[in-house]
Design a protein around this ligand. Sequence first.
Ligand code: PRP
Ligand code: URA
Ligand code: MG
Length: 211
Amino acid sequence: MPNVIELPQTNQLLGLYSIIRDKNTRRGDFVFYSDRIIRLLVEEGLNQLPVEATTIITPTNQSYQGVKFLGKICGVSIVRAGESMEQGLRDCCRSVRIGKILIQRDEETALPKLFYSKLPDDINDRYVFLLDPMLATGGSAMMAVEVLLSRGVKQERIFFLNLLASPEGIDAFYKKYPKIKIITGGIDEKLDEQRYIVPGLGDFGDRYYCI
Ligand code: PRP
Ligand code: URA
Ligand code: MG
């Protein structure tokens, strides 16, 4: 899919996923190793932003042709699990603005429900990193995108960062929003009957915050 950027599947990354996918991994390790993957996703998101040429002078009094970022960014997390990705963004972008959209997937039907959103006033003037670790059916992320579009954000300025995606979710998302880039750490096999990603890692929010 032209809209998907998958992190390089290096041994280091596969090692991190082997820890967080393991059902015997306890919460402390789950948080620590997920945070490392989140940092890689944020760095890749930043790689996608436009830059312009700049010239600076180094301490050896030489000129250096470099680049600098163009434009402003903000994060938008899909509460609850998406909040786990906020610190990784803050670690890279000091004092970054962060909006929240509370969407919960019904446990029986797997359909998303929107409860609340609070976004920066000037969000339509920013590149938006949409944060949610799991892209399963895609229902939650697509509902969040509708909120962003209704606030005037352009598809081209949205980057959806997640740790795991399903082929079904990527497909649905691409059909509806072909111009939004998905930056993912891994694409799994499929969804199961409960619309969970398999092999997957279970319920990300529960493992990061509760169990
Ligand atoms: C999970 C996950 C996504 C959504 C993915 O959240 O964090 O938001 O499900 O599924 P989808 O692609 O099929 O919509 P959940 O609603 O379980 O809430 P949580 O963040 O509180 O864990
Ligand atoms: N939400 C999760 O946390 N995990 C899944 O596999 C699907 C939805
Ligand atoms: Mg959620």
